[in-house]
Design a protein around this ligand. Structure first.
Ligand code: BJW
Length: 229
């Protein structure tokens, strides 16, 4: 068994992290183009820095849920035969026990320097414009992937999709590419494809199988099934 798991905002919803596109979602109070593009950052850096500073601060008040912990159990059982890819910029997979997580849309815990292009841990709000610990320039931005930017580790993800026997998508609306296209890549490479989501995603028709409900219930049950086999 070689499994690729893709997670989205829905896996962290039961931990209290808002999703993007559900009612009362994260972007209800923010137009996406106000915060999630490089152009928005160029025009209104303070608004964007404050948005991510607030989300980073909120992370300290939430904990991983049974879905994150179940995926950590799966990693313990499968080792390198599992690739866990998340679109989330929170650190709940790591705090749930996963040790090898591909953060394809970046991370709230690090900053990216637009001068030296190095990453560094975020020690204080970026709205305060702290210097880059590597080069000293006050040119740190959130280390996240905005629309029009290239997601991280695409080669590693595509290699794993090409070899996967199972592809499982958890808690994502299937609205954002390239992640939304992984199901078709995996399926055409011969993998069994499964969606675990609160409701049918935009791409639900591409999956061999779909189970709808809370990730905190569906994911531990699916991991148990797999490990019992
Ligand atoms: C639960 C639950 C519970 C709730 N249990 N489930 C036209 C066609 C196709 C593509 C494009 C196009 N025009 C432009 C593009 C490309 C563009 C794109 O996809 N645009 C779309 C709007 C169409 N993509 C890009 O620009 C990407 N880069 C790119 O394509 O580069 C070129 C390239 C070429 C070739 C190879 C590789 C690359 C970059 C995309 C960057 C996305 N960035 C964001 C912001 C990150 C920083 C931040 O967090 O602020 O990433 S946008 C936002 O959406 C965030 C998320 O990771 C991403 C996906 O959201 P997600 O996780 O699916 O959340 P929701 O809220 O949408 O869904 C949650 C789901 O959970 C729902 O279904 C709920 O029902 C469910 N749920 N509670 C289980 N308890």
């Amino acid at each position: 068994m070689r499994i690729v798991v893709l997670t989205g905002a829905g896996i962290s919803a039961e931990s209290g992290v808002p999703t993007f596109r559900d009612a009362d979602g994260l972007w209800e109070g923010h137009r996406v183009e106000d915060v999630a593009t490089p152009q928005a950052f160029a025009w209104q850096p303070d608004v964007v820095q404050a948005f991510y500073d607030t989300r980073r601060a909120a992370l300290d008040a939430v904990d991983p849920n049974p879905a994150h912990r179940a995926l950590a159990r799966l990693e313990q059982a499968l080792g390198k035969d599992l690739l866990l890819v998340t679109q989330n910029i929170d650190d709940l997979h790591e705090r749930g026990g996963s040790t090898d997580v591909v953060h394809m849309h970046g991370s709230l815990r690090t900053a990216l320097c637009t001068t030296c292009h190095q990453r560094s841990p975020v020690a204080e709000p970026l709205l305060a414009d702290p210097p880059c610990p590597r080069c000293g320039h006050r040119t740190l931005r959130p280390d996240v992937v905005w629309f029009g930017e290239l997601p991280h580790e695409m080669d590693r993800i595509h290699d794993a999709l090409a070899e996967a026997t199972h592809f499982v998508s958890i808690g994502t609306s299937g609205a954002v590419y390239p992640a939304a296209g992984f199901v078709q890549v995996a399926r055409s490479a011969g993998a069994h494809t499964l969606e675990l989501n609160l409701k049918p995603s935009e791409g639900t028709g591409y999956f061999h199988e779909a189970r709808h409900g809370f990730a905190g219930e569906l994911v531990p049950r699916w991991v148990d099934e797999l490990l019992d086999r």
